[in-house]
Design a protein around this ligand. Structure first.
Ligand code: MTE
Ligand code: MO
Length: 203
């Protein structure tokens, strides 16, 4: 029996339904750290989140303004395209849609681009972003989100491969019409649904 079959048996032994694991994934208890470039330094006194694009008026939220929004928590599984899945991760933060309510978005907008520190971007359909489980996360497992995992703030889009969940989030851009982000321009699938195994272009 190979690694993936043994891993699935472990999952069953722990009482999980095998349906929790998308095709081609294995579960791990570890929390791997994956990103391009270095972990950026951040200073919350000057940090801001830029809300821009197809909005009537661009806005910048300070850290305190962001944290004044209602706090919510999300428990979800995360799936990295490099095949690891982590089950029952616990996050806290503010819902994307509560942030969106602070700007007047063009009704024709259908796409959100997450802009991270540096040049990292990820595109997500607006309809997906409006789900209950999409949060701008500042907490993980009851503690502030560690810098290596995207602190002070990262996007969390549980229903897509984890590359869409941009770490070190600094901007949200509303767009009329889709545009590929960093990995989507570099061979990864535009939609990135783990249960459809949409890993690479052409999958
Ligand atoms: N800003 C930024 N966000 C990023 C990445 C990155 O390189 N830069 N990598 C993505 C990928 S491919 C994955 S799997 C997850 C990894 O998050 P983790 O290090 O917290 O496990 O972050 C995603 N978000
Ligand atoms: Mo990834």
């Amino acid at each position: 029996m190979g690694f993936f079959d043994r891993n699935r048996e472990d999952l069953l032994r722990r009482g999980y339904s095998p349906d929790r694991l998308p095709p081609g994934q294995y579960f791990t208890d570890r929390f791997p750290v994956l990103h391009v470039g270095d972990v950026p330094a951040s200073d919350l006194s000057t940090w801001d989140l830029r809300l821009f694009g197809a909005v009537a008026q661009e806005r910048r939220l300070s850290w305190d303004e962001l944290r004044a929004l209602p706090e919510t928590s999300v428990e979800c599984d995360i799936h990295c395209v490099t095949k690891w899945t982590k089950l029952d991760t616990r996050w806290s933060g503010v819902r994307f849609r509560d942030v969106m309510a602070l700007v007047d978005v063009d009704p024709a907008a259908d796409t959100v681009i997450a802009h991270a520190e540096g040049d990292y971007t990820a595109n997500v359909p607006l309809a997906v972003m409006l789900d209950d489980d999409v949060v701008l996360a500042s907490g993980y497992d009851g503690a502030p989100l560690a810098a290596e995992h995207g602190g002070p703030l990262r996007l969390l889009v549980p229903k897509r491969y984890f590359w869409k969940s941009a770490k070190w989030l600094r901007g949200l851009e509303w767009r009329i019409g889709d545009a590929p982000g960093f990995w989507e321009r570099n061979g990864y699938h535009n939609d990135a649904k783990p249960f459809l195994e949409q890993r690479y272009w052409g999958d």
